[in-house]
Design a protein around this ligand. Structure first.
Ligand code: ZN
Length: 192
């Protein structure tokens, strides 16, 4: 175990002592260790996914939509899980295409460290704009906030939807509206 890990455990032990928790109790004994591992998982960065771009040989310029990507976020205000979370990513390619599974990998990788849903949505859209340099990107995120569902206002069924648009999704060309198209496709798929 590293000295950083030992220090984290000792800090967690102090917090529990302050809260009046008996750390000799079998259920709590290992909790500082478990929290150390869990918080490291939440905060320590993981290497970015390896992504290869493919030349857009067929000059495909229609909307490509990857829907229902499962994402777990952690709220930076309460450090409570924001889950379940569903993310839909649409892009209109220009010179390059990206493997579809890579979009899901990037969406889950960017969910760390703890951040607000609003920042997450924007970061994902910015990251994909820089990476693929497409004609446009649209991200829709629908998350259930544990800090709202299980405490505070106790809104068990409430979810929060955020979106971020760039390129042709923000400024559609004449005769085409990829933003409308993406919303229409998501509406249709809900009735499946
Ligand atoms: Zn929160």
């Amino acid at each position: 175990m590293s000295t950083r890990e030992e220090r984290l455990i000792s800090h967690f032990r102090k917090i529990f002592q302050e809260l009046g928790v008996d750390l000799n109790d079998a259920d709590f004994k290992e909790t500082p260790d478990r929290l150390m591992k869990m918080y490291k998982e939440m905060f320590d960065p993981s290497p970015p996914p390896k992504v290869t771009l493919f030349p857009n040989k067929s000059k495909e310029s229609e909307l490509i939509l990857v829907k229902n990507i499962d994402v777990v976020l952690v709220c930076p205000h309460h450090l409570v899980f924001v889950y379940p979370g569903t993310v839909h990513v649409g892009y209109v390619p220009d010179e390059y295409l990206v493997g579809l599974s890579k979009i899901a990998r990037i969406a889950t990788w960017l969910a760390k460290p703890p951040k607000t849903q609003e920042d997450y949505t924007q970061e994902l859209s910015d990251f994909l704009m820089k990476l693929i340099r497409p004609k446009g990107v649209m991200v829709i995120a629908d998350f259930a906030h544990g800090c709202m569902r299980c405490r505070g206002t106790n809104q068990r069924r409430s979810t929060t939807i955020t979106s971020s648009i760039a390129g042709v999704f923000a400024k559609p060309p004449k005769g085409k509206n990829p933003r409308e198209e993406m919303l229409e496709l998501l509406k249709l798929s809900r009735n499946e």
